[in-house]
Design a protein around this ligand. Sequence first.
Ligand SMILES: NC(=O)C1=CN([C@@H]2O[C@H](COP(=O)(O)OP(=O)(O)OC[C@H]3O[C@@H](n4cnc5c(N)ncnc54)[C@H](OP(=O)(O)O)[C@@H]3O)[C@@H](O)[C@H]2O)C=CC1
Ligand SMILES: O=C(O)[C@@H]1CCC=N1
Length: 270
Amino acid sequence: MSQKVAVLGTGKIGEALLSGMIRSGWAPADLFVTARRQERAEELRTRYGVEALSNADAAKRADTLILACKPQDMAALLAELAPHVTPGTLLVSAAAGITTSFIEERLHEDTPVIRVMPNTPVLVDEGMSVISAGSHASTADLNHAEAIFGAVGKTLRVPETQQDACTALSGSGPAYFYFLVEAMTDAGILLGLPRDKAHDLIVQAAIGAAVMLRDSGEHPVKLRENVTSPAGTTINAIRELENHGVRAALIAALEAARDRSRELASGNNA
Ligand SMILES: NC(=O)C1=CN([C@@H]2O[C@H](COP(=O)(O)OP(=O)(O)OC[C@H]3O[C@@H](n4cnc5c(N)ncnc54)[C@H](OP(=O)(O)O)[C@@H]3O)[C@@H](O)[C@H]2O)C=CC1
Ligand SMILES: O=C(O)[C@@H]1CCC=N1
């Protein structure tokens, strides 16, 4: 019998994962979705040919439940699910900050729980999903979660104590690069380039730099030195970045993201 997987709270990240799973060969008949709004459920059903269920029915029919609602909605979702989760069902949470113990406490004893922090590049099979086991999850459960998320990018197992830091770096990470591209496109405009050309140039610079970071085996410092000619253009730009504290700003930004991840599990919903 095939494994059935339900995505509960199918918004941006849930849909990205669902579409990736289908692209990588999962049969829509083995996948379920839940959504709070009827029109959203209809949209997902039409777009992917999957069955849209209530949370209770998903809990009864699926072997693996992927919890993809906002951290702020997690307690209510778990209260709805708890009476219906059958023994042996694996719960995989993608919610920032929510600990496996937060989930375990709200379900009956021994329910296996896994915490995953994916990122939106799962949409293009270049995702990064950081995975940790709760107290009742087995190696087989971890392997299963890895197979699901590994279909849409890379995976990394970490102790759960590192998840908040990984959320700051990897879960939120793509947003920082989009922010930089946006800012550098503005710079191109200031320097007199049309917006579309500035955008294309900086996106290709980002792709080239990312591929070199991944494939060259060189340290980022060495790669940057290779671009930085004596008395050249790059060193003038780097001096301004240092003058404006960009390195310290990035460190502070990621520290703030890590702190917010820690807060989310403690019910601070502001
Ligand atoms: N976006 C990202 O880059 C990443 C997000 N995450 C995590 O993924 C989770 C979802 O984020 P994201 O996809 O951006 O958020 P979205 O708001 O796009 O998706 C969450 C969805 O859950 C639905 N929902 C809430 N409660 C219920 C419920 N009881 N039953 C069914 N559906 C429900 C919401 O419905 P409605 O539309 O009605 O509000 C919404 O569609 C968060 O916990 C976030 O921390 C993790 C990694 C990356
Ligand atoms: O911003 C957030 O809270 C979510 C988690 C990681 C990426 N997006």
